[in-house]
Design a protein around this ligand. Structure first.
Ligand SMILES: CC(C)(COP(=O)(O)OP(=O)(O)OC[C@H]1O[C@@H](n2cnc3c(N)ncnc32)[C@H](O)[C@@H]1OP(=O)(O)O)[C@@H](O)C(=O)NCCC(=O)NCCS
Length: 327
């Protein structure tokens, strides 16, 4: 299969892109959105600058058969983080893959230069079973950085009761705490180099404004007599899973701020979600976790989560001006 025409992605492409992502995920899963509304949300979170760094490829019948995207993930320690995404129809020709790869690298260089950054690092997902895709990346200077595990837990008939230390309360997500929850989120994820740390503009799409946000299955833990400015000790934001027929809730992000860790807060939040899930008819919880996140993996294993087989690899590459000579 070949590409007859490339154009920039617009919200009007969301349904066709979702159909492409479904088709590609069935063969080589990398956790792409499966519904048009989620694709629209993805494009909206790219921001005005990155929106121009998208590419939709149509075959000669007009069907969407390829997608490329270069996204600015923010700067950490003076290094610009750039996420590359490429999705193909399973029958796409090898040289189309190679051409899109070169386009992504070229756009990433332009993005780095437009930010006046001397250094940038590229990250890209690759399905665990996509050997050809991985070889193309490795020949282009990428190296395996980590594996993202996809874990699932069947909702038990009798979930354990949530239990918290004195002075802490479980509370529904409430818009009064929206900004404090964002700050708590970014603080909890501060040591996770790959985590998204949304600013005020992108926070709604990341959490409460996400089209699949599940308010009843999300919660905060508040410290009643907190002496700092922020009483949000822990948070859990859940989304409906749009990729399966089994009613499933995705634990999209959860964390406990450092002073409250190892006190059972994450366990209590997940226990509460299990109770609510049970009464809401949700049969399964699901989440993604990086294999280097040992504390989170220990937490999920203790609670009984198991691998679904839908995980993927993440490969990275430095993008310094000296490396510009590489393909
Ligand atoms: C992972 C995280 C959410 C755990 O929160 P928490 O409130 O400290 O977790 P809990 O107190 O409920 O821990 C329950 C169990 O998980 C395991 N666990 C949690 N943190 C651990 C750690 N640092 N090392 C080893 N095991 C750990 C233990 O088995 C623990 O039980 P124990 O304390 O009786 O030994 C927290 O460390 C965090 O916010 N990390 C940064 C954000 C993040 O990675 N979120 C998850 C993304 S997928």
């Amino acid at each position: 299969m070949r590409i007859a025409d490339w154009s920039r992605a617009t919200p009007a492409d969301a349904a066709a892109l979702a159909a492409l992502f479904q088709r590609a995920e069935a063969v080589a899963p990398v956790g792409m959105e499966q519904r048009a509304e989620d694709v629209r949300n993805r494009l909206a979170t790219l921001g005005p600058d990155s929106a121009g760094r998208t590419r939709v490829g149509r075959d000669d019948t007009g069907s969407v058969a390829a997608y490329g995207e270069v996204a600015d993930m923010g700067t950490a320690d003076d290094v610009l983080r750039i996420r590359l995404t490429n999705v193909f129809h399973p029958d796409i020709a090898d040289d189309v893959r190679a051409e899109l790869h070169h386009w992504l690298i070229d756009q990433a260089k332009q993005l780095r230069d437009s930010r006046d950054s001397a250094r940038a690092v590229l990250g890209i997902r690759c399905a665990e079973n996509d050997r050809a895709g991985r070889e193309l990346l490795i020949s282009g200077g990428f190296a395996l950085a980590r594996h993202e595990r996809d874990l699932v837990l069947a909702v038990p008939d009798e979930p354990p009761a949530p239990a918290l230390p004195p002075g802490l309360v479980l509370t529904p997500v409430d818009e009064r705490y929206d900004e404090l929850a964002r700050l708590a989120h970014n603080e909890a994820y501060a040591d996770s180099p790959t985590a998204v740390r949304p600013d005020r503009r992108t926070w709604p799409q990341h959490a409460t404004g996400h089209p699949r946000f599940l308010p009843d299955l999300s919660c905060l833990v508040l410290a009643e007599a907190d002496r700092s400015d922020n009483p949000v000790a822990a948070f859990l934001f859940a989304l409906a899973d749009g990729s399966t027929d089994t009613p499933t809730a995705v634990l999209h992000c959860l964390g406990t701020r450092a002073p409250w860790r190892r006190s059972g807060l994450a366990t209590a939040m997940i226990s509460q979600v299990l109770h609510r899930a049970r009464s809401a008819g949700v049969r399964r919880l699901r989440l993604k976790v990086t294999d280097s996140n040992h504390s989170a993996l220990a937490l999920y294993r203790k609670l009984g989560f198991v691998e679904s087989g839908q995980g993927f690899a993440v490969l990275m590459r430095q993008l310094t001006p000296e490396a510009d000579e590489q393909p």
